[in-house]
Design a protein around this ligand. Structure first.
Ligand SMILES: [Zn+2]
Ligand SMILES: [Zn+2]
Length: 1019
């Protein structure tokens, strides 16, 4: 056993522990030790290595650490392979920024090989940062054998899986309108779009489209509503719902066509001239708002079932190049798809007024032009969520683009089944956020028109014959050249051509794939399956990330597992809430409020940060973090724990404790019972992935030990009572083992001090001894603590300090009679009273008044009668009834039951008593102070003064002293009577009245008129 000082610098200790772990290879040994255990599979969701890690990265990594540590201690084999997400837009954009590029032209001019080399460098740099964080926070995973999604073997596995999907007919190229980032020059998948919605204010315009054929030609206009005026340049048709009723309405002096349910947009004062189903409008021609772009054979009304009357006018403007539904309508009526917007998001230069303008910037000029020509009916700002690029924040547009898709809609039912069998925490995500997402599944837009990514392994000849390649070996065979050592990235892979069976040459299609596909392939790609012959561990028992992965990694992992193996890839998933700054704002570079995790850990320690993440609130909710929260954790949990352990080592050392045991007292038995109850509850909580419940139980146990067990047993520790020392040691050792997965540093230091040996992290998880759990005793001790609290409240109100002994306290509590004498004595001791008696009769005057507000809800006007009955009732028995749930009054001969909320009770203690009551329990202190009690109080005052003097003189807790004193009157009388008691309390071998002969410093207390001297005994 090592003696622990009372003061400690936790962050400094952590650095020592890190060095010890590295030297003794504790993580590696914990794996070796469990290698024959039943595997428990964990998947590391790879962080994108495109920036410095932030505090939010600590959050997921703490949870990813906790449960594998717990399972390892339970004897399960839990390999933890680190992983890094290397590809994709995030990395490309970081490099573009570094190089000062503004788009794809710059990259092509720079050279794809050179650009990709820069991306690789950037990844390496950021992975270094992540490794530092991972090590510092003690997230134990195998960094030396990490998977990198840019490794050739990883890419080959991804190719293999895509070939499986292609062979099932689920990888297809299609021309669809897809979300597209004009800045990045690439389409995005639905799950990427889902991550980038921002609320924006767009102009919403109501535009007149004058009718040019049929009965209303030259008289009425179609009224069309849109929030994207820039698409009006490409207007090709107007869609109406075939069965919804439309009207020609007279508004002011003009005639407008709108859906009947929406005619209120024209104001209250409209006259309906005609009404008919939408189908009657089909093929009605109109004059379009802008005729700058050639769109032949168009500009008439079509019908479509997707048109709703939720908002707008029920007439939907159609621009097939910019809307998926519009494209369907265009196909139905064989309308041309005309797109005047270039891939960089600007209007073609030849378009009048807005040529060269970015699409989103064209709205004001176009709206102004409509207004000047009298076509604008009205316009107003419209606030709505609009998708933005999740990486570069540019507003997306829906854009007709040839893309490669995975037909996830074909496996939607299977995905729903797989999800039904998945254990989500919190459970609401399963059918809510995630379930909805699956229900509305659309095909996965897989391809990206970019550079730094896994190349899509599709080769195509001029005759459109496709060859999908599943490995470099296969590519060697097909191409007739050995490319097994080729870097499978662009541009190198683009140079490999295949002879097609038709005799022509096949070249790779230019696209790379969505980097989220890489991440979702990690279960098999991390081991290079199937090319390496290593079987993937599948599925995972446990994965965990922040909630934004619901539509990211959680989805791609499940989708790929289902597509390739027809099975889900994880059994349990934890979805963590976001980490906010101290003011409750999301941390972002824009706001400059990103907390550097290293700074936090250097200031407060990794353990404090870990504990806060794991147990500082519901993991599913957003949580604020700042210095205050971490200081709180340090004070309440870590230092309280440390101080208790330090106290133990201090007294074990002072008494030269040899480890001998003694006869445990009831209080010892209680502490051990709480230990085993804690083991049971923490184990159960962690089995259920509930770190918060586990943490709360542990906090309670730390409080039990420090603020109760040690406090009420202080005397026994001074005396070196072996039963007390054994009990506290066992509790601290058990606690340390339970804390090990949460706060691995402090657990290690305390284990080292109390037990020694290798490491707490090589220990087995404790198993609760149910026989040691005494529920009855636990409840009795809880009662004792409540009574002591009540007694203290009464003391505080009476202004009598606790050091002043009182003759007696009276107690009323339901289970008082069953309380063992030892525990009653404990209450008396803690309250500093001579004895305890059962309270009988009343020590308080009670008055009762009706709570009108509460009773009014139940009795309405009858409340006055009830109030009268309450006022007339015997207040004391009413109070008693309220306490035991039987209170009632008679109102007009009817019995009315009353609850605690119905009555205001005022209880005034009788003269000479201090009374505190709560929940039916009462403690009353007899305040009469006899001269004898007064003298006993004075002795206690002197004890306190001498203890303070001992401390300030720097004496050790076990040092014996000699004491001299001078004083008069009461204090002299008190000390004559109580010198033995004083000697015992302050460890004095002699207490002498009078000055010492030696020249010693004196201590004075003017209020008591006391002067005293002390020195170490035997000098
Ligand atoms: Zn972008
Ligand atoms: Zn061919």
């Amino acid at each position: 056993m090592k003696k622990l000082p009372p003061q400690v610098d936790l962050p400094a200790l952590e650095h020592e522990v890190l060095a010890r772990w590295a030297r003794d290879k504790i993580f590696e040994r914990s794996l070796e030790q469990t290698a024959s255990g039943e595997p428990w599979v964990f998947y590391e969701g790879p962080p994108t290595a495109n920036g410095k890690p932030g505090t939010h990265h600590v959050e997921a990594r703490v949870f990813k650490d906790l449960f594998p540590r717990f399972k390892t201690m339970q004897g399960r084999y839990v390999p933890r392979k680190a992983g890094w997400d290397c590809h994709g837009l995030p990395v490309e954009l970081a490099v573009e920024k570094e190089l000062g590029f503004s788009g794809k032209q710059d990259i092509e001019a720079y050279g794809i090989a050179e650009f990709n080399a820069k991306c690789r460098e950037s990844v390496q740099r950021h992975v270094d940062e992540f490794e530092k964080l991972t090590t510092r926070m003690a997230y134990w995973c195998d960094l030396g054998d990490a998977y990198w999604t840019m490794q050739p073997s990883y890419i080959e596995s991804v190719w293999w899986s895509l070939k499986q999907i292609y062979d099932k007919g689920l990888l297809v190229e299609d021309h669809r309108v897809a979300p597209y980032c004009p800045r990045c020059g690439t389409g995005l998948s639905d799950h990427e779009v889902a991550q980038g919605y921002q609320t924006v204010v767009d102009p919403s315009v109501y535009v007149r489209f004058p009718i040019t054929s049929g009965e209303w030609a030259g008289k009425a206009s179609l009224l069309v509503w849109t929030t994207t005026p820039w698409t009006l340049v490409s207007n090709t048709a107007v869609a109406v719902h075939p069965t919804v009723t439309y009207v020609v309405a007279k508004a002011g002096d003009e005639l407008l066509v709108v859906a009947e349910p929406l005619k209120h947009v024209l104001g209250d004062d409209v006259e309906v001239l005609a009404s008919f189903p939408g189908a009657d409008l089909e093929h009605t021609t109109y004059s379009r708002p802008f005729d700058w772009v050639d769109i032949p054979g168009a500009h008439f009304v079509g019908t479509a079932d997707y048109v709703t009357t939720d908002s707008g006018t029920g007439l939907v403007h159609q621009a097939p190049a910019f809307g998926a539904e519009d494209l369907l309508v265009a196909r139905k009526y064989r309308l041309p798809v005309v797109n005047p917007v270039l891939p960089d998001g600007t209007f073609r230069a030849d378009v009048p007024l807005v040529g060269g303008l970015f699409f989103k910037k064209a709205d004001p000029a176009l709206t102004q032009d409509l207004k000047s020509r009298g076509l604008l009916y009205k316009h107003q700002p419209y606030e709505h969520p609009y998708p933005h690029c999740w990486r570069c924040d540019t507003a997306l547009l829906y854009y007709a683009l040839p893309s490669w898709y995975i037909r996830t809609t074909a496996v939607k039912e299977r995905l729903l089944e797989v999800n039904a069998g998945t254990d989500w925490h919190p459970a609401t995500i399963k059918t809510g956020r995630y379930g909805d997402w699956l229900e509305n599944n659309i095909d996965w837009a897989l391809s990206r028109n970019r550079y730094w990514g896994t190349p899509l392994p599709v080769w195509r000849c001029p005759e459109d014959h496709l060859t999908v390649v599943g490995s470099l070996k296969e590519l060697s065979e097909l191409s007739g050249q050995d490319v097994s050592a080729l870097d499978p990235h662009r541009p190198f892979v683009d140079d490999v051509t295949l002879p097609c069976s038709c005799g022509q040459t096949a070249r790779r299609v230019p696209e790379v794939i969505d980097c989220w596909y890489d991440a979702g392939s990690m279960p098999f790609a991390q081991v290079g399956y199937p090319h390496t012959g290593v079987e993937p561990a599948y599925p995972a028992q446990y994965i965990c990330e922040a909630i934004d992965q619901t539509r990211g990694w959680f989805y791609t992992l499940m989708a790929i597992g289902t597509l390739v193996f027809d099975e889900g890839s994880y059994e349990t998933v934890l979805c963590l809430g976001h980490i906010l700054d101290a003011e409750g704002r999301k941390m972002s570079k824009h706001l400059g409020n990103v907390l550097d995790p290293h700074e936090l850990m250097d200031k407060h320690g990794a353990d404090a940060l870990r504990w806060y993440m794991l147990c500082g609130g519901s993991p599913w909710a957003s949580r604020r973090i700042g210095d205050a929260q971490l200081e709180d954790v340090t004070r309440k949990v870590l230092l309280t724990w440390w101080n208790t352990a330090s106290f133990f080592t201090l007294y074990a050392d002072a008494n030269s404790w040899d480890g001998g045991t003694g006869e445990p007292t009831l209080i010892d038995r209680w502490a051990l019972s709480e230990l085993h109850a804690t083991v049971a509850e923490v184990t159960e909580a962690l089995e259920g992935f509930d770190s918060l419940r586990a943490g709360r139980r542990l906090e309670r146990f730390i409080d039990d030990l420090s603020n109760w067990y040690v406090r009420v047993s202080r005397r026994r520790f001074w005396d070196g009572d072996p039963a007390a020392l054994t009990t506290l040691r066992d509790c601290l050792v058990g606690l340390g083992t339970l804390m090990a997965p949460f706060t691995p540093f402090l657990a290690e230091v305390l284990h080292d001090a109390l037990v020694g040996g290798d490491s707490v992290h090589l220990e087995s998880w404790p198993v609760a001894d149910q026989a040691a759990v005494d529920t009855e005793l636990g409840e009795q001790m809880a009662l004792v603590r409540r009574l002591v609290d009540l007694g203290r409240t009464a003391r505080a109100e009476s202004k009598q300090k606790t050091r002043q002994p009182l003759s007696r306290a009276l107690v009323a509590a339901q289970r008082w009679d069953a309380l063992p004498q030892e525990l009653r004595d404990l209450v008396a001791l803690e309250l500093n009273v001579g004895g305890l008696e059962r309270l009988s009769g009343d020590l308080v005057d009670v008055t009762a008044k009706a709570n009108f507000r509460e009773l009014g809800k139940r009795f309405g006007k009858g409340v006055q009668d009830v109030a009268k009955a309450i006022a007339a009732a015997d207040a004391a028995s009413l109070a008693e009834g309220l306490r035991n749930g039987t209170a009632s009054v008679l109102v007009d001969g009817t019995e009315v039951a009353l609850g605690p909320a119905d009555v205001f009770l005022t209880e005034t203690p009788r003269e000479g008593w201090a009374v505190a009551q709560f929940g039916g329990e009462t403690v009353a202190l007899d305040l009469e102070i006899t001269p004898e009690l007064r003298r006993a109080g004075l002795v206690r005052d002197v004890v306190r003064l001498v203890q303070d003097a001992r401390k300030s003189s720097g004496f050790d807790v076990s040092d014996r002293i000699e004491l001299w004193w001078t004083g008069q009157d009461e204090v002299a009388d008190a000390l004559h009577e109580g010198s033995l008691k004083l000697a015992e309390e302050v460890l004095a071998v002699s207490v002498t009245e009078g000055r010492p002969t030696a020249d010693l410093a004196h201590h004075d207390d003017l209020e008591l008129g006391l002067r005293f001297w002390l020195r170490l005994a035997g000098r």
